[in-house]
Ligand binder design. Sequence first.
Ligand code: CO8
Length: 258
Amino acid sequence: MAYQTLIVEIEDSVALIRLNRPDALNALNSQMLGELAEALKALDGNDKVRCIVLTGSEKAFAAGADIKEMSEKTFVDMFGADYFAPEGEAIARVRKPIIAAVSGYALGGGCELAMMCDFIICSETAKFGQPEINLGVVAGIGGTQRLTRFVGKSKSMDMHLTGRFMDAAEAERSGLVSRVVAPGKLVPEALAIAKKIAEKSALTVMAVKEAVNRSYETTLREGVLFERRLFHALFATEDQKEGMGAFLEKRQPQFRDR
Ligand code: CO8
């Protein structure tokens, strides 16, 4: 499938999606988010893909929603179309893991898109921010909610109220990203992590993703119960027998997603 605003490659069970609007620092317009939702849906249903990496360019993961596209819109336009809601929901529905690999700017909608992925790794050049306040708006695809869960209220308020940028070291220190890598190593490192995940049982990977995401959406008691039931349920799979059997036989497991 050819896209105008994305480059999609599949190799060794891993899909790499590159946001590709270099002239606008990968600003997210309706076309790009529509194509991204479509590509993710297709990759989620593609048996050759077990993990997805989403990246941008060296200069920008994405510098936010496209200000040119939005500037003249009215409340009726935005509310009437539920601007970016269907695309956000489509991304949230993906069951395979998505790793955001961020180099350069991840601002506004770009930071929010990275946070919609399952985890973020970044290059030392990364700059995260929610600068919507400088445009007279607030974050619109989850920034106030997700950034607060990642970094806590104080730092989230600071970021949203001042519009300042956070560098890679601060992002790692405050839990926004899981790893920081040297510039130039970002995509190879993200692909290597994705390949590690691709070796696991796809059933267990989906269960982990559901369980961790549930921690955002429910009480501790309900979340622990949900996790325990998934843990019990996985004893119905061949992959549990294979994983535990391989450990006892001191060999590598051969998972078959059953
Ligand atoms: N939208 C449109 N075009 C952009 C954007 C953007 N967000 N960011 C950069 N560009 C364009 C510039 O206009 C410029 O284009 P041109 O060459 O045609 O003038 C080109 O990209 C290069 O940008 P700069 O010349 O500005 O590059 P610099 O290196 O000088 O600066 C910055 C880089 C700091 C990233 C700067 O471009 C910048 O501040 N960009 C805007 C960042 C921003 O405010 N982002 C938040 C946008 S609002 C948002 O994301 C809301 C999300 C929620 C929406 C959901 C709706 C429901």
